[in-house]
Design a protein around this ligand. Structure first.
Ligand code: BGC
Ligand code: CA
Length: 336
């Protein structure tokens, strides 16, 4: 065979296998992103698990950093589609911008798994039969965190520094509009009211990056503010922000009751050291695994939960929701 003919053949085969969306070796390719590699939870838990679990299932995963920019993510999705990936696993930057991504996946006939940031536009998940969500029940983290705080508040009368029976709290919210941030903010405080305990919010600050730097800056500012000495409780919607608040408290020589969400390794250390009172396990390992399992099944045109233990909820959104777990000084060892 002539060399030129051989080259043409090779090119044809390569093109046709890529056009099919599968690589020459038949391996499934998942095109994935993380909304920001700077996020403690996404970068520390979800990303490493995606990177190890996908290859263990015989598939390739490509993970890009969307750097907190939805416009960048839209472009990254275009590139994945042009490359011919078999399935998309997308961590929205803006939970209100799912439709654009869904439209792209539908036009390219590629299944789509959204994970960690649930779409907030109404009906958006019904606009494509090949889109699913993997995450949690957002409210559950707030409920568990709230119940934990109520229990400890009741057990520690000295926490009510001014003795008025009311909880004077500050709250680090995280990203405005993020279903996890919104629901946690409501539910944690509601737990007190449900238990018949009054609360008073002294301050609340949001941060789209859920960051440690933000937690530090805000806590430091609060402690030196006019209400600084009135604060009785610090509620952080994630551990990353709590870490910053702990540093600020140490710098100011105070130790206020403080709770987070995620159960990152550093949070377990803070609990062990008596610097933090509790957190809630946000099971990123299982969320990453569910994302990959659903992606593989979807790419193969199978029922997404086939051969797995995941359950897609039947009422509401097509979603797999991984449960949260309370983590306190009594059980943190189990999560190391
Ligand atoms: C986590 C946060 C994280 C956020 C990112 C939440 O579920 O608790 O730590 O920053 O997801 O979307
Ligand atoms: Ca009080």
């Amino acid at each position: 065979m002539k060399k030129s003919l051989l080259l043409a053949l090779v090119a044809m085969i390569t093109f046709s296998t890529f056009a099919n969306g599968q690589k020459e070796d038949g391996k499934i390719v998942i095109g994935a992103n993380i909304y920001s590699f700077a996020d403690n939870f996404m970068n520390g838990v979800i990303k490493p698990e995606l990177e190890t679990y996908a290859p263990s299932k015989g598939v390739e995963i490509q993970i890009v950093d969307s750097e907190g920019q939805q416009a960048k993510l839209n472009d990254q999705v275009d590139v994945f589609i042009t490359k011919g990936v078999d399935v998309l696993a997308i961590n929205l930057v803006d939970p209100a911008a799912a439709q654009a991504i869904i439209n792209k996946a539908r036009a390219a006939k590629i299944p789509l798994i959204l994970f960690n940031k649930e779409a907030t536009e109404p009906g958006v998940m019904d606009s494509y039969d090949k889109v699913w969500y993997v995450g949690t029940d957002s409210a559950e983290a707030g409920i568990i965190q709230g119940q934990m705080m109520v229990k400890d508040w009741k057990a520690n009368p000295s926490w009510d520094k001014n003795g008025d029976g009311v909880v004077q709290y500050v709250l680090l919210k995280g990203e405005p509009g993020h279903p996890d941030a919104e629901a946690r903010t409501v539910e944690s405080v509601k737990a007190f009211r449900d238990a018949g305990i009054e609360v008073e919010q002294l301050a609340l600050e949001a941060d789209p990056n859920w960051s440690t730097v933000h937690g530090n800056d805000k806590m430091a500012a609060w402690l030196t503010s006019s209400f600084g000495s009135d604060i009785e409780l610090v509620i952080a919607n994630n551990d990353g922000m709590a870490f910053g608040a702990i540093t600020a408290q140490k710098a100011a020589g105070v130790r206020l009751p403080i709770y987070g969400v995620d159960a990152l390794a550093q949070a377990l250390t803070h609990i062990a050291d008596g610097e933090m009172d509790g957190t809630v396990l946000n099971d990123g390992v299982n969320q990453a695994r569910a994302t990959v399992d659903l992606a593989i099944n979807a790419a193969m045109g199978k029922n997404v939960t086939e051969g797995t233990n995941w359950k897609v909820q039947t009422n509401g959104t097509k979603a797999v929701r991984v449960p949260y777990v309370a983590v306190t000084k009594d059980n943190y060892m189990d999560f190391k």
